[in-house]
Design a binder for this molecule. Structure first.
Ligand SMILES: Nc1ncnc2c1ncn2[C@@H]1O[C@H](COP(=O)(O)OP(=O)(O)OP(=O)(O)O)[C@@H](O)[C@H]1O
Ligand SMILES: [Mg+2]
Length: 368
């Protein structure tokens, strides 16, 4: 097992600066998930750790050793790709044995390791089959087995489940979580999938552009996003944002005027903001209550989605074109075409400055 440290890591492809001064600590045995929009460098970061790309600048450490110049096979990492990339002419057994053969392990060691891995991944019955005779989920397990058989200290996964259908994804997600629990090895996992990130991670790294936006536990990122970007990226359906203007600060927090909603007293500390600063409030769909319209607080319901256990009500935002969303447990009294007032739960409202940084709660009340 091993820890991984990135120190001011940079990657430049030609004229494109893809990774800019990224610092990151990944503890021994931790499950870390990289998320971020397409093209932000998640795969590149993983490939830098694996040694499949060279580091332009900075230090990459595994435990206490700088490994920048170590070839992939000497780093003790195993990588599972989205495309599986199994060898089609080899059986499941041979696929899993291949890396060990290259590493010149004895026949007994190879057999021991392949059989032990097959047992963990429940592939024992399939060892003689070729990849084309396997389902997507089985192929995915073989791809994991191939990486695991070499007993890497660190397992890297690049969107390993994105080719699978929804129910198999749930099943494999569970298997990966249990695998991590049993093996206790350090795992770094790239995904587009919100739910995978939230459920698997000890720690989520949100990447944006070329930099790390925030690092934290799923709960920290959900409850206390440091930026509007993270707030909008983590959570599904996504957080609602409403433009607002700062009216006043006082000892207990601040007052803002939220477009279409009206005045709100919030606990955030906005003392550093200029007078009447343009801000935005962020409200998760479950923290937005609907009520009978009152005065100017009047929003039209443009869609209602019934999901069985819960209901999403979509509202015309009046300003901008992103619909607002209210989430509640089913059944819901609200109907398409109705007009309603929005009542944010002010204890759960997030407040962001013009640049998108979260305005924090005063320290003493954060602790409370
Ligand atoms: N070998 C390469 N040469 C030049 N540019 C590259 C190379 N590999 C990646 N890039 C560029 O680096 C950027 C980051 O790519 P990367 O594959 O790491 O993104 P990603 O976050 O994994 O995206 P996705 O979610 O779509 O998989 C992209 O703009 C990509 O075009
Ligand atoms: Mg990628």
């Amino acid at each position: 097992m091993a820890s991984v440290t990135l120190e001011k890591i940079n990657k430049v492809f030609g004229r494109d600066h893809i990774i800019d001064d990224v610092d990151l600590e990944i503890g021994d045995g931790e499950f870390v998930v990289f998320v971020g929009p397409s093209g932000c460098g998640k795969s590149t970061l993983l490939r830098l750790i694996a040694g499949l790309e060279s580091i332009t600048d900075g230090d990459l450490r595994i435990d206490d050793t700088v490994v920048n110049d170590l070839p992939p096979r000497e780093r003790g990492v195993g990588m599972v790709f989205q495309s599986y990339a199994l060898y089609p002419h080899m059986s499941v057994y041979e696929n899993m044995a291949f890396g060990l053969k290259l590493a010149k392990k004895t026949k007994e060691t190879i057999d021991d390791r392949v059989m032990a891995t097959a047992r963990i991944l429940q592939l024992e019955e399939l060892l003689h089959r070729k990849p084309k005779a396997l389902s997507g989920g089985q192929r995915q397990r073989v791809a994991m087995g191939r990486a695991m058989a070499r007993e890497p200290r660190i397992l890297l996964f690049d969107e390993p489940l994105s080719n699978l259908d929804a129910s198999l994804r749930v099943q494999m997600r569970n298997e990966i979580a249990r695998l991590h629990y049993r093996l206790g090895s350090t795992m770094i996992y790239v995904t587009h999938d919100q739910v995978e990130a939230m459920t698997l991670a000890d720690k989520i790294v949100v990447l944006n552009g070329d930099h790390v936006e925030q690092v934290g536990s799923p709960q920290e990122l959900y409850q206390r996003p440091a930026t509007k970007f993270v707030a909008g990226f983590i959570g599904s359906p996504t957080m609602n944002f409403i433009p607002a203007q700062l009216l006043a600060n006082d000892d207990n927090g601040c007052r803002v005027l939220a477009a279409g909603v009206g005045e709100l007293a919030l606990p955030q500390d906005a003392r550093a903001q200029p007078q009447s600063a343009p801000l935005s409030i962020g409200v998760r769909p479950e923290h937005l209550r609907l009520a009978e319209p009152s005065g100017d607080n009047r929003f039209e319901i443009v869609n209602v989605e019934y999901l069985g256990n819960e209901v999403y009500v979509y509202l015309d935002p009046k300003a901008g074109d992103t619909l607002l969303i209210h989430r509640s447990e089913a059944p819901s009294q609200w109907k398409l075409g109705q007009h309603v007032a929005l009542v944010p739960d002010t204890q759960h409202v997030h407040l962001f400055d013009e640049g998108g940084a979260a305005l924090d709660l005063p320290a003493q009340r954060q602790a409370a």
